[in-house]
Design a protein around this ligand. Structure first.
Ligand code: SF4
Length: 67
């Protein structure tokens, strides 16, 4: 499993965005789907990673404990 810092490098902002959904395929490949793409045409369903800049980015709040 990748550490958060590694994810930031390979996935970018989608790694900790509230609009991101992590999808694992039957073959074990991991994709990050942008849920904003369902309602806003500015966003693509599967953004090219790493996403370095995004107007929809909203960081998942740090609740101070592991979920
Ligand atoms: S809004 Fe931007 S950062 Fe968030 S999941 Fe969509 S593409 Fe990724």
């Amino acid at each position: 499993m990748k550490k958060p810092d590694d994810l930031r490098l390979t996935v970018g902002l989608c790694a900790d965005c509230v609009h991101s959904a992590k999808i694992t395929s039957d073959r074990g490949s991991i994709f990050y789907r942008c849920e904003l793409s369902l309602t806003d045409s500015r966003f693509v369903k599967y953004p090219r990673l790493p996403v370095l800049s995004c107007p929809g980015y909203l960081q998942i709040p740090d609740l101070g404990y592991e979920t």
